[in-house]
Design a protein around this ligand. Sequence first.
Ligand SMILES: [Mn+2]
Length: 390
Amino acid sequence: MVQVDKPLDLLGGLTPNEFMKNYWQRKPLLVKGAFKDFQNPISPDELAGLSLEEEIESRIVIENGNTPWELLHGPFDMQTYHNLPETNWTLLVQAVDQVMPNVAELFKPFQFLPNWRFDDIMISYATEGGSVGPHFDYYDVFLIQSLGTRLWKIGPPADSHSPRLDHEHLRLLAEFKQSDEWLLEPGDMLYLPPQYAHYGIATSNCMTISVGLRAPSSEEILVHYTDFLSQFLPEEERYSDADQQAISSNSYFIDKQVIKRLRKILQMALADDQKLITWFGQYVTEPRYPERLIGEDISEVALKELIKNSAIIVKNPSAKLAWTEYANESILFASGYSRNFPKPYNELLKLICETDSLYEGNLANWLGDSIALTLLTELIKQGTLEFFNE
Ligand SMILES: [Mn+2]
């Protein structure tokens, strides 16, 4: 349980309630000393090491490269690092939470937010002067300073009409109007709502951890949901106009009745909340790197035996889970799939989503239950859950 009316150092003494009411999605919040005695979870060398790996998404931005704000895409090799200038470049590594459990721990202080809203933890290392330029993002972010110092210049919200520098990949603002300026030291945190212009400049070699959120765009929602719905729509369901009157003139004219008939089709299609929640849960639990969910073939009998012999089951760090209730049922979403259960299984669904590990102790009530055992087996086969190897 999160105590939502208890002041937190993380939020500069605000309670989660106050933060949500006054800052969330509204305005930036600087918190000096958000993390007391902050331990940097990853060294610059380790971060650079990750950027050499094939399956890890990384970028380097060089302010004065072959082009202004030159963007390089990983994986990199040692030669890349040898060729970099002394200063004014930044390395950015995506989804570090999925490969370093101690980085994934940084989601935990933010449990007062809906879990599905979290995307990934991106970590950047910048040499002195390093920056990715003045820009804005469409997502909320908590920027935690983990090493060295970075000066953050903040501007008013920008949008798709704001003038931008001509850059193929970076949303760089052509005009940056500064309204605030803050120097972040290790353990400090800056919360930025979507669209706020920001310009972070390393004032020494520094690292910043970005706990990033996501929010699907209206375009994404409409395109993906209607695509999901299409599987339930038979061909015979179509525009029909038995009430059409014979036309005496203006046969080329599209009259208002047509819009009414079209709207009715759309309203009928969009009225089903069960389909909407099912699509949404599947959509937001789709893994970013599905190839990392390996899955293991196992029988229910064998699984039960292993658990009784003290096997520990953990979530694959690339998997995503969520659950909900609809009408008389509960729904578990696991890495893009969903399955319905009778409501007495809520406790099990909650346990699977929330706990760090499943073992004989916390599964005791469920090991004799065939539905529960089938579910656990399926999640292991699918790769959302896996055996913990010490
Ligand atoms: Mn940004």
